[in-house]
Design a protein around this ligand. Structure first.
Ligand code: ARG
Length: 566
């Protein structure tokens, strides 16, 4: 697609030999409002080179540029050269691109097939899949889709928490109080009960802790009874998790969780020893990180059992050897910042250059309006229940607004779940936020239903106006300020997708499609789209089509569906 900013760089570069294109590009600014132009070039830097006042340089540059089909006006305001994009050119360029790219507008092959691993979701088995897990799950899924859209070879990994001392706890608890039948009826709740009971009894009775450590060690050493119980717990947990993944339409390429690395641990330990990185401390082994202002990384306990950190180191090495990743991304809560800094440092100290390609993408906490969540006390809100409630409430809203809609259930699912995802991806990921039902499900304001509704409205206009993509359109007829605003936002979309990838921030896309929806509704409310003048109608419908397509593509990248009717 024609890049107007590059055109600006080119024009300047033709006149100013002493700056290279990169330097020029970095000097270009976006003026605070469109009546000052779309791009501005400040001439201060040139004043030393030309030994002239910047105002004068700006004036001379304008004269030298002359006429240009990409810009309707180039003028100087003091030391700035302001460039005004040729609007009908802009509209033509963006609309033709959307038309020709057929559903992949904004995509590119900038990734060149390089492998990017996105690890996300990664819940702990036998524990509830609660509202706290939604963030990693939907942020990760969006990043996965964004990288894929940009031509990377993407691999989605669910690093299940299916190993560790808590399984020692569960095995002991099950052996004491467990009942297979009861558990199979309602696995997660019943396992949670066992876990909570074990924890509270262990507070009085230290021996229980020893017992659970014993059983975890047995599990690591391959005790058959322990292994069988563990496998069963893993299986029934995954079944529960998959219900949620199905609702969210999420699939993983690999479920290699922590247990997958149990036989890859000895190698890590050997290697750390060989490289003189391990230190013994009261029978346990650790890597000292004092030089890097961090507490030591614990590698092995005195009973020989390994730890979370060890498994992450083993996993990273395995992934490098298996996938030869270009980037290995971990979408994990900011509470684990230190953990990631520690183990990535250890990998670096082991001499692996690629440690720098392991990237932790942290995010803030979600809480509910009535307080936060805690698994230990058993006070949790299941994600599945949240999604079901969203679907149910949406169905009620549809019954009120549009009782004759076909496939109401299906649409309620797309809108209800979409609303929850949208809300999750609306803010910068590092921000904590409070989950609000009212905000999530509203059809007004900056919400998922609002954007989806705009998409459906655009769709029905296209149907009503018998739009055909083959129609030849006179783009000069798209010229009102409201229309140009839409075109600009559509034009910016590919750059927004790139920025979302570079900063690993899906919310850039969320915000852009909200802006597109708002701009479109402003236009829709102030002008008629299906008018008698056939040429004008065709042009306005083409803009409507572009709006619909870009909203649909944007929602898709976030993992949200775009129903045609709602
Ligand atoms: N299972 C962990 C938890 O629920 C998250 C795992 C994050 N990924 C990792 N490679 N450490 O807290």
């Amino acid at each position: 697609m024609l890049n107007f900013k590059e055109k600006v760089v080119e024009l300047i570069s033709n006149q100013v030999e002493s700056l290279d294109k990169g330097e020029i590009a970095s000097l270009i600014e976006i003026p605070p409002s469109y009546d000052m132009g779309d791009y501005a070039f400040p001439a201060f830097r040139l004043s030393k080179i030309f030994r002239k006042a910047p105002n004068l340089i700006a004036e001379e540059l304008v004269e030298k540029f002359g006429e240009n089909e990409c810009f309707e006006k180039i003028e100087n305001a003091g030391p700035y050269v302001n460039f005004f994009i040729n609007k009908s050119k802009l509209v033509e360029v963006v609309m033709e691109e959307i038309k020709n790219q057929g559903g992949s507008y904004g995509s590119s092959n900038i990734g060149d097939g390089k492998t990017v691993i996105v690890e996300y979701s990664s819940p702990n088995i036998a524990k509830p899949f609660h509202i706290g897990h939604i963030r990693t799950t939907v942020i990760g899924n969006a990043l996965y889709k964004i990288y894929k859209f940009l031509g990377f070879n993407t691999i989605a990994i669910n690093h299940l928490g299916d190993y560790g001392t808590q399984f020692g706890m569960l095995i002991s608890a099950y052996k004491k109080w467990g009942d297979k039948e009861v558990i199979e009826k309602d696995p997660i709740n019943e396992l949670l009960k066992l876990y909570v009971r074990f924890n509270s009894e262990a507070e009085e009775n230290e021996e229980l802790r020893d017992e659970s450590r014993y059983w975890f060690k047995e599990l690591e050493d391959g005790n058959e009874e322990a292994l069988k119980l563990w496998e069963w717990i893993r299986e029934i947990s995954l079944k529960e998790f998959n219900k949620v993944y199905d609702m969210l339409n999420i699939k993983f390429d690999s479920y290699a969780g922590e247990s997958f690395y149990s036989d890859k641990m000895p190698r890590v330990i050997e290697e750390l020893k060989e490289k003189n990185l391990m230190k013994e401390s009261e029978g346990a082994y650790l890597v000292d990180l004092e030089d890097y202002d961090m507490p030591p990384a614990l590698i092995m306990k005195s009973d020989g059992s390994t730890l979370y950190t060890t498994r992450d180191i083993a996993a990273a090495i395995y992934r490098k050897e298996t996938y030869d990743f270009y980037k290995n991304i971990y979408v994990v809560a900011s509470q684990q910042n230190l953990h990631f800094k520690q183990w990535i440092k250890v990998v670096e100290l082991m001499g692996y250059q690629w440690a720098k390609d392991c990237i932790h993408i942290p995010f803030g906490m979600v809480s509910l309006e009535d307080g936060t969540l805690s698994t230990r006390k058993g006070r949790v809100v299941f994600l599945e229940d949240v999604l079901n409630k969203a679907i149910e409430s949406t169905l009620n809203i549809i019954e009120e607004r549009n009782p004759n809609l076909q496939n109401k259930e299906e649409v309620a699912k797309q809108v209800g779940i979409g609303a929850v995802i949208f809300q999750e991806l609306f803010n910068q990921r590092i921000k904590d936020y409070v989950f609000s039902w009212e905000r999530t499900l509203s059809f007004e304001g900056e919400t998922g239903p609002y954007v989806q509704y705009t998409h459906a409205r655009a769709n029905s206009l296209l149907e009503k106006g018998s739009f055909s993509i083959e129609d030849r359109v006179d783009y000069n007829l798209i010229k009102s300020e409201d229309e140009i605003n839409i075109a600009r936002l559509l034009y910016d979309f590919p750059q927004v997708v790139l920025n979302a990838m570079e900063k690993n921030e899906p919310y850039f896309i969320t915000r852009q499609i909200v802006e597109i929806a708002k701009a479109f509704n402003k236009f829709y409310n102030s002008s008629q789209i299906i008018v008698d003048d056939i040429e004008v109608k065709k042009a306005r419908l083409m803009l409507t089509y572009g709006t619909k397509e870009v909203i649909r593509i944007g929602l898709g990248l976030l993992g949200i569906e775009a129903p045609n009717k709602m």
